[in-house]
Design a protein. Structure first.
Length: 607
């Protein structure tokens, strides 16, 4: 009887073990964030009877990374305050699935940081040379370089900067080129190549303006021609056409009347450049790209291309048949010397009264190194709200290093003077903006803990009081608040600034996301974002505002429901009365909006 009982017991235990094993084997596979957001792609494949998943992103050795994170210990504690988030970003920057240009941004940042460190520690006082304007007359101050002429741009270009040439085309050559070039490298990148082909003697050639870019790594990009026969010229940059319709119409008429080569007045009245005729040409820096006017008339526009942004410009190069009368670059970035600023104490970041207590709101502002005027305008306007000055709300600028060492030195002095700058350990390329978003979340969860975290831009006016009033009625968990897009699709046009390939995003639509000029997330979402990237469980995505929407969808899938609060008073393009946030506001308009709020106590826009 005992033997029989023992046998039954053994058989029973064996059955239990078999059932348990089967149950474990049939447990659903836990999706990674990549698999969750790419359901149409095969994230696993079968080898024999074993299922293998795609490898988890791992850490890689990136040139310059060790130096960036090992060299900061030389700084004194007070000096190192602009690097509080810097030290927390190493794992993020070493990911094998990094964003485009990460390796280049880190490599160039290491060079920039080495130069800056040397100036900080070895030079007691370096004179400023970021000038508001530079000029040369009659070619006497223009610097020769091989077969070209260069006018130096000391600290890059910013929005509303301009370069003006007064010159006379020389018909002995077919045309001329005006180029905005990068830093003094052996083969500097061409941020804008403006090539003018002249009509030729007796107008035997068709005149044209060709715009393009060039880099040593990629060579020439795609030509943009004006006129461009057979292709529509309906694209716009900052609301301006890419090619003047009058110029296009003139060229078409010339083709149909090719026999009438003596119609000098007709052709000359439309094409802006003629042999021997004086012209004034100005290349302007806009929000989305460059645009050129000749003799007061808009002629062409050219959208910025990736990695070739106006802050990189260090000189104007002119080639070909052109006699230059004068050259002028104006509206250039220049910083205010804190030693001469009367209200500097009122502009410094307030001390946080109780660091053990959470802030109500941390506002992280995207800015670029040479946007000195924008930051000063914000310090003198909405950063003067009582909630900010009392320490209930903290505002910090998140800025990547610049390739220009003088800009970095001015930026470092600014950071020490005002205490509201956080430097990033990479050069400030557009494709790396998502890294700043994660840095803001690090700041708002680990360094200056806050109940809510907001992201905005340095050309936005934020009504801090109204943001706080609105948050009083919102949940403190699982919140995305801003101008929320609930149904948007990836841009598949390769020429578009926001182009996304099917490899980057396979689905036909995005999850809900809030437009980048301004949005608020709750602390639990920010913590999820930080932890997810430290553990490499969240996908990096180069469109920072869409990326936050992607991560929030994963938060919703794993943690809790999300409250998407859409508020159309967050204006992502311009200003409207009763705004909470107004975007695309230059420093003058920012100060005007603040003055209106102080005097009239209502959110009206400035012209």
């Amino acid at each position: 009887m005992k033997k029989w009982t023992g046998g039954v017991l053994i058989i029973g235990l064996t059955c239990i073990l078999l059932l348990s094993y089967c149950f474990i084997q049939k447990q659903p596979h836990k999706q990674s964030s990549y698999e969750f957001f790419h359901p149409n792609q095969d994230s696993e494949h079968t080898v024999g009877e074993h299922i293998q998943t795609k490898p988890h992103p791992h850490l890689v050795n990136v040139e310059g990374l060790d130096y960036l994170f090992n060299s900061t210990h030389m700084l004194k504690e007070e000096e190192a305050k602009p690097l509080l988030t810097w030290g927390q970003m190493r794992l993020l920057l070493a990911r094998s699935d990094s964003l485009p240009e990460t390796a280049q941004g880190i490599k160039e940042a290491a060079v920039a940081w080495k130069e800056l460190s040397s100036m900080i520690h070895e030079t007691p006082k370096v004179e400023k040379n970021c000038s508001f304007s530079v000029s040369a007359v009659n070619g006497s101050e223009l610097l020769p370089s091989n077969d070209s002429v260069i006018l130096r741009i000391p600290c890059g270009l910013i929005e509303d900067s301009s370069v003006t040439l007064i010159a006379i085309p020389d018909g002995k050559q077919d045309g001329f080129q005006i180029e905005l070039v990068g830093s003094d490298e052996l083969d500097p990148p061409v941020i804008l190549h403006y090539n003018v082909v002249l009509p030729g003697d007796n107008f035997t050639k068709e005149p044209v303006i060709v715009q393009n870019t060039w880099t040593y790594e990629l060579g020439w990009g795609k030509d943009e021609r004006c006129p461009n026969h057979g292709s529509p010229n309906n694209g716009k940059v900052d609301g301006l056409v890419k090619c003047n319709e009058q110029l296009t119409r003139s060229s078409n008429e010339e083709k149909s009347n090719a026999s009438n080569v003596n119609d000098h007045n007709h052709v000359g009245s439309n094409f802006p450049f003629l042999d021997g005729s004086l012209f004034t040409a100005t290349i302007w820096v806009g929000e989305e790209g460059f645009y050129a006017t000749v003799n007061g008339r808009h002629e062409t526009s050219f959208a910025y291309r990736e990695k070739l942004e106006p802050w990189l410009v260090s000189g104007v190069r002119v080639k070909g048949g052109l006699h230059i009368i004068s050259a002028l670059a104006t509206g250039l970035p220049v910083s205010e010397d804190a030693d001469t600023v009367i209200d500097v104490e009122d502009l410094k970041a307030p001390l946080i009264p109780n660091k053990s207590k959470r802030l109500l709101l941390l506002i992280g502002v995207f800015s670029s190194g040479n946007n000195f005027n924008r930051r000063m305008a914000l310090r003198r306007s909405w950063m003067q709200y009582e909630a900010v000055r009392s320490g209930v709300v903290a505002v910090r600028f998140f800025i990547g290093l610049h390739k220009n060492k003088q800009v970095n030195l001015e930026l470092w002095r600014e950071a020490q003077a005002y205490g509201d700058v956080q430097l990033m350990p990479f050069v400030d390329y557009y494709s790396l903006l998502t890294l700043k978003t994660i840095a803001i979340c690090i700041m708002g969860t680990k360094i200056l803990p806050a109940k809510y975290i907001m992201k905005t831009d340095d050309d936005a006016f934020v009504r801090v009081d109204e943001v706080l009033a609105s948050l009083k009625t919102k949940t403190s968990d699982g919140l995305l608040y801003g101008l929320v897009s609930l149904d948007s699709k990836p841009q598949r046009d390769k020429d578009n600034k926001w182009y996304i390939s099917t490899q980057e995003w396979a689905d036909e639509s995005y999850p809900p996301w809030a437009h980048g000029p301004g949005y608020v997330i709750s602390r639990d979402i920010a913590k999820f974002i930080v932890r997810g990237h430290q553990e490499r469980n969240l996908q990096l995505f180069k469109l920072e505002d869409v990326a936050v929407g992607i991560w929030i969808q994963q938060f919703k899938n794993q943690i809790r429901e999300v409250e998407y609060v859409n508020d159309d008073r967050f204006y992502n393009s311009g200003c409207q009365p009763n705004y909470i946030l107004a975007h695309y506001q230059n420093p003058r308009m920012i100060l005007c909006l603040w003055e209106k709020m102080q005097k009239e106590h209502k959110p009206d826009c400035c012209d």
